[in-house]
Design a protein around this ligand. Structure first.
Ligand SMILES: [Zn+2]
Length: 423
């Protein structure tokens, strides 16, 4: 039998209160799921942000909107243009408090405005199917009720919180990346609300990830009359794509995914334009350096083709998040908090990435799957386990209250992270 973390009467009272909020959380997640907030649906994202403003008012924190810098995107026809984001939601609670915690989430989903998946359906007493119910509208409610739990405790003044809920997580956090870095650098620890697995396991180490678009230009010509004058951009793009795919297996744990090639047109025209999209996942910083050198080599190899120009856009957006001593400490505390609820919390490494990567890159140790228990996210089979709303909100409340009382030393984790890149 494992040791169980002891709770005092004040902590128990907070947990009892959270239990009374379970039905409310479930009603709210149904309402929020009905608001389509695909990453490109500006109206839906703003409607969701208004919901967040109403819900988080109960924390007493100072609520604001943070404008995000635009990013550049490459259209399928090769046009490079700026892409704007809707603002992120920010709630600042007790900025002068001695312990600083950053809590992050996102209100965008992978389901666009025109998706067929817009409704919630109760599959059984414990299973709700719907867009974003787990990833992560449910998680945001878990975060909120963890905070509200802390606010009802006698130790709340020890902890200051920055809540950041971003509109662009599902498309790589390019807009909110700088804000995540700033808040991560200023906090002792981070708590992020991606869903746990259905069995309650959390994500451990995470790979790093980057997305790129390679714009290739050539010269068009009539395929019959003047083929020799054409410079085939699509052929050069294919050469790059095959070279990229060949890199798979060259280095352990590094993967290259050739995702899409746009370009070309009628069969009687030499194509003068192509865009190659790809994703790369890495495990270490050294991997990242190697990948960048290999990409440069591949681009140079197609640039030597006569009349071909190539421009690489994009880069690594989320560095790797290792199971370092500082992150392991966070897991140890989360696991201990779980024992107070009779939970046996485990974790497993993943190739998936999230805001926890961004926070770690800023030196902020964190646990990033503190949200609801769910499954099949990013598909129309996405579900949330209803019993996990109160369960996971209580888990967060215990963590926050233990940090507030110094029983878990948030600054110890931060000091471990500062000890070096492997810490
Ligand atoms: Zn998510």
């Amino acid at each position: 039998m494992q040791n169980t973390l002891d709770l005092n009467p004040e902590e128990r009272a907070v947990l009892d209160w959270i239990d009374t909020r379970a039905d409310g959380m479930i009603e709210t997640v149904k309402a929020w799921s009905a608001i389509n907030s695909g990453s490109r649906n500006a109206d839906g994202l703003e409607a969701m942000r208004a919901e967040l403003e109403t819900a988080f008012a109960a924390t007493g924190g100072e609520i604001s909107a943070i404008e995000l810098p635009p990013t550049t995107v490459v259209d399928p026809d090769g046009t490079v243009r700026e892409q704007a984001f809707t603002p992120a939601f920010h709630c600042r609670i007790r900025p002068q408090a001695p312990i600083r915690i950053v809590m992050t989430g996102h209100h965008d989903t992978v389901f666009p405005a025109g998706s067929h998946f817009q409704d919630t359906t109760l599959w059984d007493n414990d299973t709700l199917n719907g867009p974003g119910v787990a990833d992560m509208k449910g998680g945001i409610l878990v975060m909120l009720h963890g905070i509200l739990g802390l606010e009802r405790s006698p130790w709340k003044d020890e902890i200051g919180i920055d809540v950041l809920i971003s509109p662009d997580e599902e498309i790589g956090s390019l807009g909110s990346g700088p804000i995540l870095a700033e808040l991560g650098a200023g906090a002792d620890i981070g708590m992020t609300y991606e869903p746990a697995l259905a069995d309650g396991s959390l994500a451990g180490a995470r790979k790093g990830s980057g997305n790129w678009s390679l714009k290739v230009s050539g010269r068009s010509a009539h395929a019959g009359r003047e083929h020799h004058l054409g410079r085939n951009a699509l052929a050069a793009a294919c050469q790059f794509g095959l070279g990229l795919d060949d890199l798979n297996g060259k280095r352990p744990d590094v993967t290259f995914n050739l995702a899409r090639i746009d370009g070309g047109g009628p069969p009687n025209v030499v194509p003068d334009n192509a865009v190659v999209r790809f994703n790369v996942r890495v495990k270490t910083e050294n991997d990242r350096v190697w990948v960048e050198a290999e990409l440069e080599r591949l681009v140079d190899e197609i640039r030597v083709r006569d009349g071909i120009e190539a421009e690489l856009h994009g880069g690594f957006t989320r560095p790797p998040k290792p199971m370092s001593p500082a992150n392991a400490k966070m897991f140890e505390w989360t696991r201990a908090a779980g024992t107070a609820l009779g939970l046996d919390i485990r974790w497993q490494d993943t190739g998936g990435v999230c805001e926890g990567n961004n926070l770690w890159a800023a030196g902020c140790p964190n646990v990033d799957t503190l949200g609801v228990r769910g499954a099949d996210i990013h598909s129309d089979r996405e579900i949330v386990k209803l019993s996990s709303f109160a369960e996971r909100a209580k888990l967060s409340a215990i963590l926050l209250m233990k940090f507030a009382q110094g029983q878990f030393d948030a600054r110890e984790a931060r000091a471990l992270a500062k000890a070096g890149p492997q810490a």
